[in-house]
Ligand binder design. Structure first.
Ligand code: ZN
Length: 467
């Protein structure tokens, strides 16, 4: 039974959908004004894992993500670069989608741009004005947080704190409350604008999400996700908007928030020089490394990126690769013996599911994978891993990888000589040096059974794969 932590109730809860096996899930997308960084990658790998797991459990998931393609950040960046806001935004949307493809994040059903939903946004602002939750001042239409009695129920706060300066609460002198946020900004000269019942303008940041989710899901849906730093004011604002409009509560049953990512124990920032884009990362490393790096930590926990940590992940992947090569070789042998590892595989399957069912505990599920690797290796060394076992373990790993995407996915095709074969070759060399011809011959036969051929030369033994 799947249960996970719900930010709204501060409790781990059993997951119940609104309608049978149907899941409507919305995750905040990017504001497209720059390359996405590895903090974004963390969030989107986590939700990709969650959606793939839900699908594996038989849920029919509609995964919706917005793209903020008009916003102060975009307009300012476009001015600096002397390009149009639209060109800039389309460019970084494309780069973002390229990054997602490279990371095998392919579970999103629909990406919805803010500017593709202006009609829906205007309709929401209109209803908020009619119901008395919004008011107009000189520079735009604002939401009056004092009118919504449940304001703060997600973040558990109502007053602005110092750090909220950075979290995009709009500044305007004649606002009614300090925390009121803008729904519709009247456009200044040279800024993008759309006609409206008021004056030409553009949407505030929070309104696009509820306009988009209302269109595709209606006023209530199953899960809303995003990074932790969006809880306040962004997600609080969404609740205030949608629940005020519909009069229905809750807008969303389950809120899932992904933990932060730091680089060398500091918040990523361009001025600190520790800012790593997904593109930078992929120039140096395989995308599998990033997926394992993210998933070996629980999604709620903070995660720290360092070269040392990445080296560790690389070694873990080598261990996985070596084992899967071994399984592939072994599984192609004629099946002489009955499977012996059936219990081990059954236990692993159960533990894997139990781990992810329990608040998406991927570190535990990763540990299950490494346990089957070490036990499988031990059986192999004792000549007790039968071809049937190898096939069954491969099958289990392939199922697990539908959620993880780092075990088999994107592994480079070039099959080098696996290190367990190299080890056997070295053992044979030693036997030959000791003139133990019988043992040397036995090892040679075993290597041949694995699909590799040994040729003895003056410089030592050479091994190659039999085609
Ligand atoms: Zn959002």
């Amino acid at each position: 039974m799947l249960k996970f932590y719900n930010t709204l109730t501060r409790k781990k809860e059993i997951f119940k959908t609104r309608r049978d096996k149907k899941v409507n899930l919305f995750v905040c997308g990017i504001t497209s004004y720059d390359f996405s960084h590895i903090g974004h990658a963390r969030t989107y790998i986590i939700f990709d894992m969650i959606v793939k797991y839900l699908k594996q459990k038989g849920y029919n998931v509609f995964y919706l993500q917005n793209i903020t393609d008009v916003d102060d950040k975009i307009i300012n960046q476009a001015k600096r670069q002397k390009v149009s806001w639209k060109d800039l935004s389309r460019k970084f949307e494309k780069e973002y989608l390229k990054d997602m493809k490279a990371l095998n994040i392919n579970s999103v059903t629909k990406y919805a741009r803010a500017t593709g939903h202006i009609k829906e946004i205007i309709s929401q602002v209109k209803r908020l004005l009619e119901k008395g939750f919004a008011y107009q001042i000189k520079d735009g239409i604002y939401y009056d947080i004092s009118k919504f009695k449940n304001y703060g129920k997600l973040s558990r706060r109502t007053v602005l704190q110092a750090e909220d300066g950075i979290s995009r609460i709009d500044e305007a002198k004649d606002k009614k409350n300090k925390g009121d946020f803008c729904l519709w900004k009247l456009s200044k000269r040279g800024e993008p604008s759309w006609p409206s019942p008021w004056e030409p303008g553009r949407p505030g940041w929070h309104i696009e999400d509820t306009a988009i989710t209302e269109k595709y899901f209606g006023p209530q849906y199953d899960i809303h996700g995003g990074a932790r730093d969006l809880i306040f004011p962004h997600h609080e604002a969404e609740i205030a908007q949608m629940e005020a409009i519909s009069g229905k509560s809750p807008m969303v049953r389950y809120w899932i928030h992904a933990g932060f990512l730091t680089v060398s124990d500091k918040k990523m920032s361009k001025s600190l020089g520790n800012f790593i884009t997904i593109r930078d990362f992929l120039e140096k490393y395989s995308p599998r490394i990033l997926r394992l790096f993210v998933l070996k930590t629980h999604y709620l926990s903070p995660i720290n990126y360092s070269e040392k940590e990445i080296d560790q992940v690389k070694k873990q992947l080598e261990r996985i690769d070596e084992f899967t090569e071994k399984l592939k070789t072994q599984s192609s042998q004629p099946a002489a013996d009955q499977p012996k590892a059936g219990k081990l595989i059954e236990k692993s399957k159960k533990e894997f599911e139990k781990a992810i069912d329990n608040d998406f505990n991927t570190p535990k599920a990763v540990a299950v994978i490494f346990e089957i690797i070490s036990k499988g290796n031990a059986l192999f060394d004792k000549n007790k891993l039968t071809p049937a076992d190898a096939r069954d373990i491969l099958k289990f790993l392939k199922e697990a990888d539908k959620v993880f995407n780092f075990i088999f996915w994107d592994k480079k095709e070039a099959v080098k000589i696996p290190s367990f074969i190299k080890k056997m070759v070295r053992e044979r060399e030693k036997a030959r040096q000791k003139k133990n011809w019988k043992l040397a011959d036995e090892i040679r036969k075993k290597i041949k059974q694995m699909g590799y051929q040994i040729k003895d030369t003056k410089k030592g033994s050479k091994v190659k794969k039999i085609k």
